[in-house]
Design a protein around this ligand. Structure first.
Ligand SMILES: [Zn+2]
Length: 73
């Protein structure tokens, strides 16, 4: 089961497209930990690439390297 990072939406935008933005998704416990304890967000649970033109999520990755890359400071 690999990540389909070469997928395209109906506008023919891929994850490298100007119109596609990565979204970092954090697990719920991470949100509450930040709220209650003031801890910085940990590693995102997953990264999703969404086309801003049609709103379609064209790819999702749970790859460790990808998650580190999109981690918020
Ligand atoms: Zn699109």
């Amino acid at each position: 089961m690999g990540d389909k990072l070469d997928a395209r939406c109906k506008c023919n935008n891929g994850i490298d497209s100007f119109w596609v933005s990565p979204e970092a998704h954090y697990p719920l416990w991470s949100f509450f930990a930040g709220l209650l304890l003031g801890v910085a967000p940990s590693l995102p649970d997953r990264i999703r690439w969404r086309c801003r033109t049609c709103g379609t999520v064209i790819a999702e990755s749970r790859d460790q390297a990808v998650r580190v890359q999109h981690q918020e400071m």
